[in-house]
Design a protein around this ligand. Structure first.
Ligand SMILES: *Cc1c(COP(=O)(O)O)cnc(C)c1O
Length: 626
């Protein structure tokens, strides 16, 4: 049972069924592209794409570079075609993410050629003909010229030629004229492009394929008819259902008005339910006083205006309706099919599909059982800073593993990514070539080791100064964990006086600049500010940090911990210790690509390290116990 305020169910078996129906209408030799733009019309591009490919889709179609990029980051390897015109500033990413653009103008092709040359890559494109819709595409008169000019570009391969119908679901005559225009051009082209496509899903049903060898399947694959007549040719099943539950049950007296502006006046004493979805959830405002919902398999009227977050439903005819009863708002129920709902307000079923369930979690059903669900925060984003798919997977699986819960893992990792990369103003850069040397030596201070620490790493310099902090209690030190200008933290045992004598910054370098230091001593902390007039020229650049400090460590504590609290690429930690320590145990607690770093232990010296290209995720660490 699902107990969300509202949710969307995606019936993957129905989607498969629809695809098979549509495929059966394709002549031999005609492949198909699954259209997954706008998150597959709200159904989830990743899941829909996955099943479509399983069913034989040769391409996925997206609207723009962002959508293509997201699929790539999620691990999709299929050819992806960008249907809408791209902007020149998107070219770098188009090439970087191996996406295929539809091209309608020479200037874009030239810009593409330039980028491709720069990277010594060859790029597949589809040239688009405007065969009469007069939206994107190049006109009939200029098409041939464009075709041959682009063909002359060394780095560009015209893989496909395509066009788009303006009205394939209802205007057969005009569609045929478009098809003829398309075919007349194709006849002339030498050599012929490998992939030829013009038909959307309605065109497939209306047999408007002509010389195509590929069809682009969208709305019908989601089980939404675009014309009544299609029902005689093809049996489709609605894939998406939008559901909620009764949150309140109330009575209203004859003559009383309900909802904003009291647009519904009770014709008789009535009983009604408040359902916690509104237009902010994608339940269209235009459905006010028009739509029905299904409760206990009975249709009930939506009464009054749809509010932002609530609707009211007349349940007078269902005396046994109770709180928490399921309410079907849209789905495979007569009168609740998306095309039926949108026709109530002369709207678009395409739009309704895209907008529905804005706040809802999607549940994927396979054979009537929930196979998996997407997290609530499914508004995916991909930052250009975050192009390492592997890293994303590592982070996610590391968290999932720790939480023993995949969904939470995904949610949290998204939050973390957002934190790291989305909020550009707090850009955090990872550390790399992280080397940390610790030496424990005998010293004059009774019952203590002298500890010498040397930390080297590379990182993009974020400020023209940095802070080294030392505190004698964890709470005080914690403050320095959230500050981004702190590059080194040390917890001094509270048996030791907090003073410069017992925590001493020997030297700190950024590249070859020896930084000047100034010390601030408070009750619980030593804060050392390190700066240099030249540092400001290095901000934003990757620099080498070298920090050397001296302190003391109580012998009696019997363990020494090293924390890795920033995203780090490659870790090496080396601890040298005196003979007096007989038994040294090393417990690495790593999350990341390799949870088991190599541990090399010889008398008096331990080295714990990962390969230099392995990601270590915060918070990892090593406990040295003696
Ligand atoms: C959206 C789209 C489709 C899919 O159309 P449906 O009517 O949903 O089948 C096909 N081709 C292009 C270029 C599109 O943008």
């Amino acid at each position: 049972m699902i107990f969300d305020r509202s949710w969307v169910e995606i019936d993957l078996a129905a989607f498969r069924h629809n695809l098979r129906q549509l495929k059966s209408l394709l002549p031999a030799g005609v492949d198909f592209m699954q259209i997954v733009k706008a998150d597959a019309y709200g159904h989830g591009a990743l899941e829909i794409g996955r099943i479509a490919i399983d069913e034989g889709a040769k391409y996925l179609g997206v609207a723009n570079v962002e959508e293509g990029k997201l699929l790539r980051v999620q691990g999709c390897k299929a050819p992806i075609l960008i249907l809408s015109p791209s902007l020149e500033n998107e070219i770098e990413q188009i090439v970087g993410y191996d996406l295929r653009p539809c091209v309608s103008q020479l200037s874009f092709a030239l810009a593409l050629q330039k980028e491709a040359l720069k990277r010594s890559k060859r790029i597949n494109i589809h040239l688009k003909l405007d065969s009469g819709m007069h939206r994107s595409g190049v006109g009939l008169e200029q098409f041939e010229e464009l075709y041959y000019e682009v063909q002359g570009l060394s780095q560009i391969r015209i893989e496909g030629v395509c066009s788009h119908f303006a009205s394939s679901e209802e205007d057969l005559e005009f569609s045929i004229s478009q098809l003829q225009c398309f075919e007349s051009i194709l006849q002339k082209l030498q050599p012929k492009p490998a992939v030829i496509h013009i038909a959307n899903s309605s065109a497939v049903v209306n047999k408007l394929l002509g010389v195509s060898n590929m069809a682009r399947l969208g709305i019908l694959s989601f089980g939404v008819y675009t014309n009544e007549s299609q029902k005689e040719i093809i049996q489709l099943k609605t894939v998406m259902s939008f559901k909620s539950r009764i949150a309140l049950i109330k009575q209203i007296k004859a003559g009383e008005g309900l909802g904003y502006n009291l647009t519904w006046i009770a014709p008789k004493d009535s009983r009604y339910a408040v359902v916690p979805v509104g237009y902010a959830d994608g339940y269209d405002f235009m459905l006010s006083n028009k739509a029905k919902v299904s409760i206990h398999s009975q249709l009930c009227d939506v009464i009054g205006k749809v509010s932002m977050d609530m609707i009211c439903v007349d349940i007078s005819q269902i005396p046994d309706a109770e709180l928490m009863d399921e309410v079907i708002l849209m789905g495979a129920v007569n009168q609740l099919h998306p095309e039926q709902l949108s026709s109530l307000y002369h709207g678009s079923s395409y739009e309704l599909l895209c907008q529905v369930g804005r706040r809802a979690k999607r549940y994927y059903l396979e054979n009537d059982a929930v196979s998996h669900s997407t997290p609530l925060a499914r508004r995916d984003f991909v930052s250009s800073d975050f192009s390492d798919f592997k890293l994303s997977q590592i982070i996610q699986s590391a968290i999932s593993q720790r939480l023993q819960n995949e969904e939470m893992g995904e949610l949290i990792s998204r939050e973390i990514l957002k934190y790291f990369f989305f909020n550009k103003d707090q850009d955090i850069h990872y550390r790399k070539d992280f080397c940390y040397y610790i030496r424990l030596d005998e010293c004059k201070q009774a019952n203590h080791w002298q500890a010498t620490m040397k930390l080297n790493f590379k990182k993009v310099l974020q400020n023209d100064y940095l802070i080294v902090a030392c505190a004698n209690n964890a709470q005080a030190l914690n403050r320095y964990f959230i500050k981004r200008d702190v590059e080194y933290r040390w917890l001094l045992d509270n048996s030791i006086t907090l003073s410069e004598e017992y925590f001493h910054l020997t030297q700190v370098y950024v590249n070859d600049l020896l930084l000047n230091t100034s010390l601030k001593l408070t009750d619980s902390c030593i804060e050392i500010r390190c700066e240099h007039p030249q540092l400001k020229h290095l901000v934003g650049k990757e620099v080498a940090f070298s920090i050397e400090v001296q302190s003391y460590y109580p012998k009696a504590s019997h363990q020494f911990s090293v924390y890795i609290n920033e995203l780090t690429h490659g870790v090496k930690v080396k601890l040298s210790y005196p003979d007096e320590i007989k038994n040294m145990e090393i417990v690495p607690i790593f999350s990341g690509q390799n949870r088991f770093p190599s541990v090399d232990h010889s008398p008096g010296c331990v080295t714990v390290q990962t390969a230099i290209d392995q990601w270590i995720f915060p918070i990892s660490g090593i406990v040295f116990a003696y």
